[in-house]
Design a protein around this ligand. Structure first.
Ligand SMILES: Cc1cc2nc3c(=O)[nH]c(=O)nc-3n(C[C@H](O)[C@H](O)[C@H](O)COP(=O)(O)O)c2cc1C
Length: 204
């Protein structure tokens, strides 16, 4: 399977997650190319495209959104999955609205007619000493909103990246491969619970 991983990073956590993702896909027989958004890779001629980006200012980093915008047409024709690297993983309801957590993914869903078939969040890292002056000020505010202080912390776990790769391949097989132009009809009636019952049946 030909896989393209497109990513952006500012402080390197997403890069670390991407490198592990590449190794894990390769371990499962994938032929993997990794490109930064700046290289502006074409998503044509791949079986699967993985988009990876950190969350900044309440959404996927703008570089990945710009890449998506630039390749929208081609991307409708290839199955897509993504992970976002973030600190506010659980998310919350803030003043009556969904905030953070998986809600950070919305722009990556709305950008397409045929959406990514799978996506998730991976825990990020913050080291105040490495942040630029500007980013440090922003992060002080970010944590103030959560009622916390800015301090060094890591939520990054290799097992979350492993789960991402495992589930991406599983769901690709179940329905993801049909998430392309002209293919969605094949999985319109896919029923997740039926699949679970089928697996239960196989397990006896
Ligand atoms: C200026 C700035 C803004 C951020 N905004 C958010 C945010 O809105 N939500 C969140 O969950 N994490 C936020 N983060 C945390 C980053 O997503 C986290 O540090 C991530 O690991 C950065 O990935 P990178 O090293 O690949 O750039 C922010 C970090 C910085 C420095």
């Amino acid at each position: 399977m030909r896989i393209l991983i497109v990513y952006t990073t500012r402080y390197g956590t997403t890069k670390k997650a991407v490198e592990l993702t590449k190794r894990l896909f390769e371990g499962r027989g994938g032929d993997v190319k990794v490109k930064r958004t700046e290289e502006n890779p074409s998503p044509a001629n791949y079986d699967l495209v993985i988009m990876a980006a950190p969350v900044y200012r309440d959404g996927p980093h703008w570089d990945i959104m710009e890449w998506v915008e630039a390749h929208k047409g081609e991307l409708e024709d290839v199955p897509k999955a993504f992970f976002l690297v973030a600190m506010h993983l659980a998310g919350s309801v803030f003043m009556g609205k969904l905030h953070g957590g998986i809600a950070y993914s919305q722009p990556l869903i709305d950008a397409f007619e045929i959406p990514p078939f799978y996506g998730t969040l991976i825990g990020g890292e913050i080291d105040p000493e490495k942040l630029s002056y500007d980013d440090r000020r922003k992060m002080v505010r970010f944590y103030a909103v959560l009622g916390e202080k800015l301090e060094k912390k890591s939520l990054f776990k290799e097992k979350d990246v492993e789960a991402f790769v495992r589930r991406t391949l599983l769901y690709y097989d179940w329905f993801g491969k049909h998430f392309r132009k002209g293919g969605l009809d094949k999985v319109r009636d896919f029923d997740f619970m039926e699949k679970v019952r089928e697996i239960e049946g196989l397990m006896g």
